[in-house]
Every structure is written in structure tokens, then in C-alpha cells.
Ligand binder design. Sequence first.
Ligand code: 5GP
Ligand code: ZN
Length: 115
Amino acid sequence: MNDDCLFCKIAAHHVPATIVRDDGDVLAIRDINPQAPTHILVLPREHVESAAHLTAEHERLWGRILTVAQEIARDEGIEAAGYRLVSNVGRAGGQTVAHLHVHLLGGRQMTWPPG
Ligand code: 5GP
Ligand code: ZN
């Protein structure tokens, strides 16, 4: 755990969040500022800064993150219509919380390109 990291604190239940899934290794929380009817963040409990910091040892964990995202999309009823998975990396990528997370957005029509 990184004591300065918001998502590490959420994973440790030191900061409250609406947790929709916790399988030990992977956590899913509702975004505090939702940009779509469904806006969930899927993240590892382990502090990994971003997708750029994943190593070969994380391959199983990364796969698990995507599996959890897929399962939640099904639970949220947005699977058939489609949804967006996105992970911002670094400053220019728009990342504001330096703990790897995948945004799961759905329940409305997404547009492209994103801002
Ligand atoms: P990023 O900008 O790093 O890709 O995404 C960070 C996300 O975390 C943003 O969508 C933001 O709304 C969300 N967020 C920031 N602080 C909190 C918080 O305290 N709780 C929750 N649940 N989400 C947060
Ligand atoms: Zn962290």
C-alpha cells in the first residue's frame, strides 16, 4: 500500500467509496464524478501507477481486471448495447489518480474522439 495514494486508501477501506466488487486482487468502485449512467473504476489492490508500469508479472492481474470489467458490464445491463473501457496514462493521457484503473463507462452513446 502507498500511504499517499487515494485508491490504495480506498482499497484499504481508509477512505469510503461505493465498492461494487472486491475479489481480493481486484476492486471495482463507482466513480465519484460519473460521466455516464454507469461509470465504474476497476483497479488492482496492488499499487501500480499506470498501465505504463505493468510488467510481465502483472499479466494475470491485467487479465483479471478486464474479466471483472466484462462481468460488471453484464451485471450493469450494458453489455448488449456496448460500453467503453479506457485507462488514462500519465499527464498528457489525462490521468489524475496515479494508481492504475480502467474506466468502465456505459448507459449512453459514447462519442469519438474523446477530449
Ligand atoms: P483518471 O483521471 O486518473 O483517469 O481517473 C480518476 C477518476 O477517479 C476520475 O474519474 C475521478 O472522478 C475519480 N475519483 C477521484 N477521486 C475519487 C474518490 O475519492 N472516489 C471515487 N470513487 N472516485 C474518485
Ligand atoms: Zn495506490
